[in-house]
Write a protein of this length. Structure first.
Length: 182
């Protein structure tokens, strides 16, 4: 199967609190694609570590990233496009995700740390403490030109961010569920 005939896997990426879930759910709803919350792929040990205010290291992230990659491949093998959330803070993490048997497109959500911190302070029921936000921004390696993908500012309304993400996917050749590829 050529890359252009494989289903899409859109990964909405960025630091915790930037709006990945809102954006990814909006894209999934708009296009009728499968949705997954990347945080749900974390093993309990990772969640416990982050809940205690301890940043994850590369060894912690490796099995998590492989689980996400494998889920994307399963969706592709079933002929399904998908959109999911994943911080994907470093290029080497994104390289693991690119190994999926899908057309992988990253959508990086961009916002200043103070705006994200403000959002996190008002968020309820999430294990990631605001104290880890700086480590996420310090770790972030923004998408570079060779990686492709798009960067979307989240200073706009959630609807505008979703519109921009859907437009980028459509420009890449993605179609809503139920449409046939010509």
């Amino acid at each position: 199967m050529s890359d252009s005939s494989r289903p899409f896997a859109a990964i909405v990426m960025g630091p915790s609190g930037v709006g990945k879930t809102t954006t990814a759910k909006g894209v999934a709803d708009r296009l009728g694609w499968e949705f997954a919350e990347g945080d749900e792929f974390h093993p309990k040990a990772n969640i416990d570590k982050m809940s205690a205010g301890i940043p994850l290291d590369d060894d912690d992230r490796a099995p998590w990233l492989r689980s996400i990659r494998d889920w994307m491949s399963e969706q592709s093998d079933a002929g399904l496009n998908c959109v999911l959330t994943c911080s994907a803070l470093k290029k080497r993490y994104r390289d693991i995700l690119r190994e999926a048997r899908s057309q992988v497109l990253f959508i990086e959500l961009d916002a200043p740390m103070d705006l994200v911190g403000e959002r996190m302070a008002h968020r309820k029921g999430h294990y990631m403490p605001t104290s880890l936000l700086k480590s996420q921004f310090d770790t972030l390696e923004p998408l570079d030109a060779e990686e492709g993908g798009i960067i979307v500012s989240v200073r706009d309304t959630p609807e505008k961010v979703i519109d921009d993400a859907v437009a980028a996917l459509e420009k890449a050749g993605a179609k809503p569920a139920g449409c046939t590829v010509a």
